[in-house]
Every structure is written in C-alpha cells, then in structure tokens.
Write a protein that binds this ligand. Structure first.
Ligand SMILES: O=c1ccn([C@@H]2O[C@H](COP(=O)(O)OP(=O)(O)O[C@H]3O[C@H](CO)[C@@H](O)[C@H](O)[C@H]3O)[C@@H](O)[C@H]2O)c(=O)[nH]1
Length: 467
C-alpha cells in the first residue's frame, strides 16, 4: 500500500477544551495532520459553536451540544459535568464515526487540560496523544509543582519555582497566577486553588501518554523544551497558526475554523486600510479576561492620550464597562468591535503594536507576524508570557500596575509610546522580525515542528499497518 494511502486510513479524533484559546490550536494542529495525509475529526462539546462549520479543508468538524461555561456553574462543577458528558458520549461517537467514515479511529488527540481522556483512549484501544496549549515555560512551572507539591512547603516551593534551571530567573509576580497565591490560605483563594489543581493535573499521567505535543517551537523555548524532554519525550509542533500567515501560500488556510464568537466587524478591515502604515494600536484581551470598570476607563483614556489610532476588541459582555460616550467621542481615532479577525488584523500593515493580555495564542500570533507588543497580563499563564515578551524575547514592554493593582492611563500611554516611537521601539521591531523568521522556519517543510508532525503521522500509519 502507498504511504499516503496508509496514512489516510489512520483516523485521529481530536478533542479540545471548548474555549476559543484551546479550539484554535487544536483545529490548526488537526489541519496540519490532515495535510500529512491523516484523516482527522475534531469534536467540540459546546452549544456556542457557530453552526455553519461542518468541515474545514480535510478536517471534519462535529459539534455536540453542551452547556457553555460562562457564569452558569463554578469551574469545578463545570469540569465534573463536562467530564461525565464526554466520557459518556465518546464511545458512542467513536462507534458512529467508525461506521460512517469506513476508517476506524486509531488515535485520540486530547487537550492536556483533559488528562482523563487517556483512560478513555486506553479503554477504546486507541493511541493517546496530548496537546499542551500553553508555553513550555509555563509547563515547566506546573510540572515542577506537580513533582514537588507534596515534598516542599508552599513558600519554599515558590522560591524554587522562581529559579528553575531551564527558565530565566522569575519574580513571584512572573509566575502563573494560580501558582503565585499557593502559599495563601485565605478562603477567597479557594477557586484559585481548584484552578491550580486543574492546571497541575495536566501532569497526572504525563509519562503514560503515548505522545506529548506542545504548541511552541524549539528556538523560542529551547532550554525549557530540552528540560521537559529530559523528563519524558515531548514534541514542539508550533506555532499553530493558519499557514497563510507564515508563508503566504495557501489562501484556503487563513482561518482557524469553528468560532464561539460572532464577528461584528463594523468595517474594521476597511478602517485599517484607511490608516497609515504602523499607526494603529490593536487592543484585545482574548476570549475570557474580564477587566474591572476602573481599569477599562484607564485603558480608554490612555489610548486617547497616546494620540494613536486604535482598534479595540471589547466583547459584548464587556461593553457596558466602557466610560459613557467614549465610543462616540473616540470615533476620529478609534474603532471598537466586539470580535475581530485577529490574524488578519495583526497581519495588516497599519498595525504598529498589539496591546495584549498575553494569552498564549495571541502571543504566538504576534510573534509569528512580527508585531511588537504592550503586555498587560491578567491571570493564569499570562504573567509568565509577559515576562518572556518583555525580557527574554524582547518583543515588547510590560505595563506596571500601581499599588491598587490598576494600570493607569499615564502608564498605558507611556508603554504605547515606548513601543510605537523612539529607539527602544526600533530595537523591539528588529527583534520581532527575527522571531517572525524563526517561527516560519519551525513550521516550514523540514523545520523542527514540521518534522515532529511528520514523525507522528508516519508512526500512526506504521502502527495502523501492523494491526
Ligand atoms: O477579537 C478577537 C479576539 C481573539 N481572537 C482569537 O482568539 C484566540 C484567543 O486565544 P488567547 O490569546 O490564547 O487568549 P484566551 O482566549 O484568553 O485563551 C485562554 O487559553 C490560552 C491557551 O491555553 C491561554 O494561554 C490563555 O491565558 C487563556 O485565557 C486567539 O487565537 C485570537 O486570534 C479573535 O479571533 N478575535
């Protein structure tokens, strides 16, 4: 049998966490696997997925109705109900897909936040592969928490974590937010400690999974990757962004695919077209972060003070927090949309910098497109990403909050000016271009990430051939 034919008979079932920052890299990885000749079906458990997507390129998209997380349940209750629903539904779904496609599923590719899916893979006799959607630096931190939590008291552990051998020295405030508070016993932190258990739980069966993939690339996080790889084999496959934005070749690989948000673009691309090269600050805090009203106002006035053009994504749920009349009074310089085509925006020549919450996808997207950043981390892995943006890769500056935890309008203005103007801005732009090239090299044919994807596809095909 021809190699391509064998590979197309291998069938991967991919299960992301049903949040935009997790669906996007899983979808892109699925597309890359399909481009290597594998058959891939992605299943999204969410009632919020915009229903028009059934197939993207050669990836089949299946949606299963499941209540969305927002506000309805505590995260712990949500996790339990989600796990129960997925483990109940999956065997049924695998049987259905085996029948309907004529290509039995032989691999379960799951988000590392759902480690219990390895048990399901085993029960169904499938290869189990886990995709880590955050940086390898953050994975290093959580892995070490997992290994040391029971052996070292929390305050000592925090110091150890800030001096991990594979990472640059960190302040406590550079650690992921769920880790920063681990020495506190206060009642109000209890949701955070549940979330800490959840993220550290990614490593519960780290050694048992057949494959571990990370959405990063070797040159970006070389020491962190090598160190984690010394604990067990891990494969960087990133940056997982649609290939068009890296090599400008495939017009039909421009979109991630399934979205939980309705785009409300308000002429956003035309608006960008009308602005001068490098003159626009793009502002977005991803799909989850919710800022306080006071903070929203400081950003608003800071943008206004910077005197730059700005395109600001304010999700529908956040809109009411904007200062009154801000939208109307800013119409000359600013445009607000409830959701943007972020990659298209970042690739637009008029965008000069990205004020970001430093979600890992946004960080990789800006790096891959060479867009300098103003890093304004909110929670979870974002502080560690912000540290790398400002001090390791030197592709942006990081805002400082005041004693009340607020980033003032003066600070917002100052950081934007630092990136958009002057000598530091020039250096940041030069570094950004360097990382953009390295990102492209990693996923180009024969690059380090591409090789790892090819190896996986070939190994699945080999196993299929043996059975
Ligand atoms: O208007 C918008 C805003 C965002 N996006 C896309 O949505 C994704 C957002 O992902 P990310 O930047 O990672 O942010 P979150 O949605 O906040 O992602 C969650 O998941 C990530 C991966 O685990 C973590 O790194 C983040 O901290 C966590 O908040 C990106 O691909 C963006 O391109 C759009 O397309 N349009």
């Amino acid at each position: 049998m021809e190699k391509q034919e064998i590979q197309s008979k291998s069938h991967v079932l991919a299960i992301p966490v049903p949040a935009q920052g997790h669906i996007n890299p899983m979808m892109q990885f699925s597309k890359r696997l399909a481009s290597k000749g594998l058959r891939v079906t992605i299943v999204i458990f969410s009632s919020k997925v915009l229903k028009h997507t059934r197939r993207l390129g050669s990836v089949e998209v299946v949606t299963v109705d499941f209540v969305s997380y927002e506000g309805k349940l505590s995260s712990d209750d949500y996790s339990k109900q989600f796990r129960a629903a997925v483990t109940r539904k999956l065997p049924e779904l695998v049987a259905e897909l085996n029948n309907s496609s004529g290509h039995p599923i032989n691999c379960l590719l799951y988000d590392s936040h759902l480690p219990w899916l390895l048990d399901t893979a085993r029960q169904l006799g499938l290869t189990g592969a886990s995709l880590f959607t955050q940086s390898c630096a953050v994975d290093n931190v959580y892995y070490n928490v997992h290994e040391m939590q029971l052996k070292i008291p929390p305050e000592k552990l925090l110091v150890t974590l800030s001096r991990l051998p594979a990472l640059s020295p960190l302040e406590i405030t550079d650690l992921p937010s769920f880790v920063q508070g681990m020495d506190s016993e206060s009642e109000s932190e209890s949701e955070y400690s549940l979330l800490l258990n959840h993220v550290v739980g990614q490593f519960l069966n780290f050694r048992e999974a057949d494959w571990i993939f990370i959405n990063t690339f070797n040159t970006l996080e070389e020491k962190a990757v090598n160190w984690l790889d010394s604990q067990r084999s891990v494969k960087p496959i990133g940056p997982m962004i649609p290939s068009f934005y890296l090599d400008r070749q495939l017009e039909d690989d421009k979109e991630y695919g399934p979205s939980l948000f309705k785009p409300n673009l308000d002429g956003c691309m035309e608006w960008l077209d009308s602005k001068e090269t490098g003159s626009v600050v793009y502002v977005s805090f991803g799909s989850m972060a919710a800022l306080g009203e006071e903070q929203m106002a400081e950003i608003a006035w800071g943008l206004r003070r910077s005197d730059c053009n700005f395109l600001w994504v304010v999700r529908v749920s956040e809109k009411k927090k904007l200062p009154s009349n801000f939208v109307e009074e800013s119409s000359e310089k600013g445009l607000m949309v409830t959701w943007s085509p972020q990659l298209e925006v970042l690739a637009h020549k008029s965008v000069g910098c990205f004020m970001t919450h430093c979600g890992w996808n946004s960080t990789l997207e800006a790096l891959s497109l060479g867009v300098p950043m103003v890093a304004m981390p909110q929670w979870t892995d974002q502080p560690t990403n912000a540290k790398c943006i400002a001090d390791v890769w030197r592709v942006g500056v990081r805002v400082k909050a005041n004693e009340k935890g607020i980033v003032t309008k003066e600070e917002v203005e100052g950081c934007i000016r630092e990136v958009m103007e002057g000598e530091r801005g020039n250096k940041i732009r030069r570094n950004s271009e360097k990382w953009m090239q390295l990102a492209k090299t990693a996923v180009d044919e024969g690059g380090s990430s591409d090789k790892n994807i090819t190896e996986f596809a070939a190994e699945l095909a080999r196993k299929f051939h043996e059975t």
